[in-house]
Design a protein around this ligand. Structure first.
Ligand code: ME8
Length: 519
């Protein structure tokens, strides 16, 4: 794991050829949850996202729209930024590959790779998928089409290009991956890349001579830099490469990307860095896809699942939570139809948020107002023994502390889905605990004052732990829970919860945290 002090985190930069969709949002939300978790732990986090604005696909889309490429990418970048703001993505920077700072870095990097003797000219003859922006071998095509972009025409091309000696790096890459098990995660992706490397590596074009929308190739303005050779260096250009001091952030602790672009991030990018003598990132995490009927989200599905409308449905926090709750961070999540997605989206909201979490907060706050006039009992955290389970688990406090530990372990290992599940365990246990301990009965029994104090105190502690644990996923709502419990200032770091517990509910209560769906 990365050191406590520095945590530089990136996501893929999105192609500026259309509107942001749920797949883009899934990735940014997941990475944002990691960034927020790390900040909560006290790390010095630097979180960068951005746009991939050059290349054949973007140029073609701008042409189809009758727009100049720059004008078009400016508009698209504006739409992405708007949606990331709505979703409270807490990025520290937003890099665009059309920015001068980026183009300087690309030039410097290619010049270094060239000085190292790894660039030469040759003729490329083969296929190209503009969807992937990737050179393809005949053997990779299915029925003459790219398996990832079956609706796009595959391009048969012949170009005089600058090549990068990728093949030279095969052995060093294998050694690095084998010696650093954390380099490619999850392990299924690591195995895929090792398998690919077993088959050997071919050199790859680093320039295009027939695509004008790109960074001019250093020393030869008749070529532009191949879009992946332009895009990948965003991770260093965003932190100031080639200026001295870029190592203040670099190497990245984590590149978050989707599983379709592992070859670029786990083979080509590290080989480019090796050639230029730059340190490799610590971890590349390749998440799975949110899919409809086995596909990656077609344009029409993305339209039906319009991001703005989905965010409006239950608000940005619920959207973030539901997406990461439903789609485990290490695998694909396939919904049979758009309607099935929407039904599950609503069902998850209703069950986890409106019912379980909303209800727990509501009943806890109402009981403390009713039975204790708003003062939160500080009563013994080990009281309130739960006898109904035969004494196996002792108290809600023990249980919620253990769940918080499991949450921390999961979050450290980027297992976001396990982190959410650990937090929701606290919620379920706490609701069960209310049902079993029946505080409304204790309130009628003068001999049960201490017991009622213990129950109410441990419920508040459980709720604070839940709010801390869910805050990377639902920053706004968790702040709100904290406030409604009388918390002062920002939510506490996990290690500081006990010393920052609130003592008094605010004077006035406010409405429902997660309003139920209208029928
Ligand atoms: O690949 N579910 O851009 P992009 C989950 N510009 N993730 C998805 C997804 C889905 N349905 N659809 C896309 C690119 N993604 C390049 C990256 S990085 C130097 C250059 C993910 O706009 C996808 O896997 O096609 C990728 O990580 C990101 O969204 C951007 O995809």
């Amino acid at each position: 794991m990365a050191s406590l002090e520095r945590f530089y985190l990136t996501t893929a930069i999105d192609y500026a050829n259309g509107d942001p969709h749920m797949g883009h949002a899934y990735e940014k939300i997941g990475a944002d949850a990691i960034a927020r978790y790390r900040r909560l732990r006290g790390d010095d986090v630097w979180f960068v996202i951005g746009m991939d604005e050059h290349g054949q696909k973007v140029q073609q889309e701008a042409e189809d729209q009758g727009r100049s490429p720059q004008d078009w990418v400016d508009e698209v970048a504006g739409k992405f930024r708007h949606v990331w703001e709505r979703l409270e993505i807490s990025n520290d920077d937003f890099i665009r590959t059309t920015e001068p700072r980026h183009q300087r870095a690309v030039n410097a990097l290619i010049e270094r790779i060239d000085q190292n003797g790894d660039i030469y000219t040759a003729r490329y003859e083969g296929y190209y998928c503009s969807g992937c922006e990737a050179f393809r071998k005949e053997s990779e095509l299915v029925d003459g089409r790219c398996p990832l972009h079956p609706t796009r025409e595959i391009i048969s091309m012949e170009e005089e290009n600058y090549f990068f000696r990728l093949s030279e790096y095969r052995d060093r890459l294998v050694t690095h991956i084998e010696e650093n098990p954390e380099f490619i995660q999850p392990v299924s992706r690591r195995n895929e890349i090792l398998g690919l490397l077993q088959g050997g590596l071919e050199d790859i074009s680093a320039s295009r001579s027939r695509v004008s929308w790109g960074v001019p190739f250093p020393g030869d303005p008749d070529h532009t830099v191949y879009v992946w050779f332009d895009a990948l260096p965003n991770y260093i250009s965003a932190v100031g490469y080639p200026e001295d001091g870029f190592e203040r952030r670099w190497p990245a602790a984590l590149h978050v990307i989707g599983k379709d672009i592992t070859r670029f991030h786990c083979v080509i990018w590290p080989a480019m860095l090796m050639s230029a003598g730059i340190e490799l990132p610590e971890t590349v995490w390749a998440h799975g896809f949110v899919m409809i009927a086995g596909g990656k989200l077609s344009k029409s599905e993305a339209k039906l699942l319009d991001l703005e409308r989905l965010i409006d449905r239950h608000g940005p926090d619920a959207f973030r939570f539901i997406l990461l709750r439903e789609a485990a961070w290490d695998s694909d999540r396939d919904f049979p139809t758009v309607q099935a997605f929407l039904d599950q989206f609503d069902a998850r909201y209703e069950a986890d948020l409106a019912n379980d979490l909303g209800n727990l907060l509501n009943r806890t706050v109402s009981m403390i107002r009713k039975y204790r006039d708003g003062t939160i009992p500080v009563a013994g955290s080990e009281a309130g023994t739960d006898a109904s389970d035969g004494g196996v688990s002792t108290t809600l406090d023990t249980c919620s502390r253990e769940a918080l530990d499991r949450w921390g372990e999961a979050m450290d290992a980027y297992r976001l889905h396990d982190g959410i599940e650990a937090a929701m365990t606290i919620v379920r246990e706490a609701n069960g605990y209310v049902d079993r301990s029946q505080p409304w009965k204790l309130a009628r029994d003068p001999a049960a004052t201490a017991e009622l104090d213990a129950v109410l105190g441990s419920l508040v502690r459980a709720l604070v732990r839940t709010a801390v644990a869910l805050s990377p996923f639902m920053p706004g709502k968790c702040e709100e829970i904290w406030r409604r419990l009388g918390g002062v200032g920002a939510l506490p770091a996990p290690a500081r919860i006990e010393e920052r517990l609130p003592g008094q509910l605010p004077e006035v209560g406010t409405g429902v945290l997660f309003p139920r769906l209208e029928s």
